[in-house]
Design a protein around this ligand. Structure first.
Ligand SMILES: [Zn+2]
Length: 201
């Protein structure tokens, strides 16, 4: 697997539950982990998040970069260089941002993911935000009660620098997973959802 995130905490919020589930169900899988903006306190948090979700033995990397939050489209060539760096990884599955995300950094990484990986299964995850860009995902991963609760616990425990943001609380994360769980009739009631643009049989 390849997990791509713009900022320290995006991967965990977007697909942390799915990563916990895959790590549990496929003991031999590996997670390559790339975060483009992880500086200061957020660097240590990104490392801790990767360890907590992928698990130390399954984790490859993490590759952590120090791009300025919000400015990635303005240094597109340097961002694209990172994709050249990870191009040789040929993952079975890629998690990245949604191409229609309201955040410019997220959109750029989504575009470059598709641009770089042309023969791969790509799932685009969603990040709740005050801009209000929730859409209609078309791919669902039901989570067990243990998995969705562990996701929220890990996020709150890892990303302490974000606790001051009014939206950064367990209720936001739990509520979104509850809605997605309702939409896919998940047994536990909770799920994560993704956008997939292309599926090859
Ligand atoms: Zn982000």
């Amino acid at each position: 697997m390849l997990c791509i995130g713009a900022h320290s905490d995006d991967i965990e919020i977007g697909c942390g539950g799915t990563i916990l589930k895959l790590a549990e169900e496929f003991p031999n899988c590996e997670f390559h982990w790339v975060v483009f903006s992880a500086t200061g306190a957020r660097e240590a948090e990104a490392r801790k998040g990767a360890d907590q979700f992928a698990g130390v033995e399954k984790l490859k990397g993490p590759i952590l970069k120090s791009f300025r939050d919000g400015f990635m489209p303005f240094v597109g060539a340097e961002v694209k260089d990172v994709f050249e760096e990870v191009k040789s990884i040929s993952p079975d599955l890629i998690f990245t941002h949604n191409r229609r995300d309201a955040h410019q950094d997220h959109r750029l990484l989504a575009e470059l993911t598709w641009n770089t990986f042309r023969n791969h299964m790509i799932l685009e995850y969603e990040i709740p935000k005050y801009d209000g860009d929730m859409g209609q995902p078309n791919f669902f991963v039901p989570l067990s009660s243990e998995q969705y609760q562990r996701k929220v616990r890990n996020i709150m425990d890892t990303f302490k620098s974000q606790h001051g943001k009014h939206w950064f609380c367990d209720e936001t994360f739990t509520a979104l997973m509850r809605i997605r769980g309702m939409e896919c009739n998940a047994e536990s009631g909770y799920a994560e959802a993704f956008y997939t643009r292309k599926a090859i049989l």
